[in-house]
Design a protein around this ligand. Structure first.
Ligand code: ZN
Ligand code: ZN
Length: 375
């Protein structure tokens, strides 16, 4: 029997799989297979399928990928933060590394894609394209192109901007970088998506760019917030999430091999690396120091700062009214309150847009008005 358990929930139909037990002879063996499951999921699966613990043997492999280097990057989600990738494409063209950039929504996917297309000559020839998008609304011809081309060894396609829609059922052995533009929704999903890097065993990178807003309370799972903010080894943190309590832990020898140096493990281990030739997947000069100050502390506006933000925004609102172009309708007073309430977690234009303000120009102005108070 094959059961499919995905995204933390059983499909409705699978809820009834246990009924098969009344059809088959009592001694029939049942096998349940799943790609990633936490302890809690396993308990749920066993319950639903009426598997008795004492009669059940669990075989599991922790999703540890020694050839994948994990990076965590605090980010303000400015497109320029990916200029190292753009430069790689410009310099190395078809020989730059295959990369998937996972975005949290179609809008940020399209935003990055447009930025890259503006910077590199794509041409009209589909076959020669270096970057592509892949999401629910991608046109079928483009989808087919990506799915048929990206797995090829000598394809021109180097970077795919994708939402979660990409990857199900596609096996591409030579992807060397998986970038998450925004914190992942869950560690199960992250484990699968980052696991698309280095399938053929080559050294690969998985990097998360997360903003304070991505991991704000009520916006993400506790486990994701812990993962993003931990100072411990990211690899250990990730594998321990999938640790089943009655099966040996990675530190007790189930790990098949170890990265060769601390800097080839993860960005947290790298801090302690003394190899003298530390691994870096991007140009570090270019990596942002926009948030090098601790933005969480910095973001803790006290009451009077909130008041100052409100003042600034109300002034701006008056300005929009006087301007007479109707833009004040987009940024009305309830929107102002929403922005003030969330000021602690606003670090980029996108953060403001995701609060429901659709106009990017306005969002840019508002970001400046908040920053004014912060300084
Ligand atoms: Zn590590
Ligand atoms: Zn090193």
């Amino acid at each position: 029997m094959y059961s499919y358990f995905r995204g933390g929930e059983f499909r409705k139909e699978y809820d009834r799989l246990n009924e098969l037990r009344s059809v088959f002879p009592e001694k029939t063996a049942f096998v349940a297979l799943t790609a990633t499951a936490t302890q809690a999921m396993r308990t749920e699966i066993m319950k639903k399928l009426q598997m008795i613990r004492s009669d059940t043997c669990t075989v599991s492999l922790l999703p540890d990928r020694p050839n994948v280097i994990y990076y965590m990057q605090k980010s303000s989600k400015k497109k320029e933060e990916l200029n190292w990738l753009l430069n790689d494409l410009k310099t190395n063209g078809k020989s730059s590394k295959k990369t998937i950039v996972y975005c949290r929504n179609i809008m940020s996917c399209a935003d990055l894609y447009e930025h890259f297309c503006n910077e590199i000559e794509q041409g009209s020839d589909l076959e020669k394209r270096m970057v592509a998008m892949f999401h629910r609304s991608t046109a079928d011809t483009n989808k087919t192109h990506v799915l048929s081309q990206f797995p090829c060894y000598d394809t021109s396609l180097r970077v795919i901007f994708a939402t979660i829609a990409f990857g199900m059922g596609v096996d591409i052995p030579d992807i060397e970088r998986v970038i998450h533009w925004g914190a992942p929704r869950g560690l199960e999903q992250y484990s699968q998506e980052s696991g698309r890097a280095g399938r053929d065993g080559r050294e690969s990178v998985s990097c998360i760019y997360y903003s304070g807003y991505d991991i704000a309370k009520n916006r993400c799972k506790e486990s994701v917030r812990d993962f993003c903010t931990t100072t411990k080894c990211l690899r250990m943190q990730l594998t321990s999430h999938f640790q089943l309590d009655d099966i040996a832990s990675p530190s007790s020898g189930t790990r098949s091999s170890q990265p060769t140096s601390l800097c080839r493990c993860c960005s947290n281990c790298k801090v302690n690396c003394v190899c003298g030739n530390c691994f870096s997947f991007n140009d570090e000069n270019n990596s942002n120091d926009l948030l090098s100050k601790d933005d969480f502390l910095l973001g803790q506006f006290c009451g009077f700062l909130n008041e100052a933000v409100r003042e600034n925004l109300l002034d701006y609102y008056e300005f929009l009214v006087e301007e007479g172009e109707g833009r004040h309708l987009l940024f009305n007073k309830s929107m102002i309150e929403t922005v003030v309430e969330n000021a602690d977690f606003i670090f980029s234009e996108d953060d403001i847009v995701s609060l429901g303000l659709i106009d990017h120009n306005l969002a840019g102005d508002i970001l400046e008005l908040i920053a004014e108070v912060q300084d």
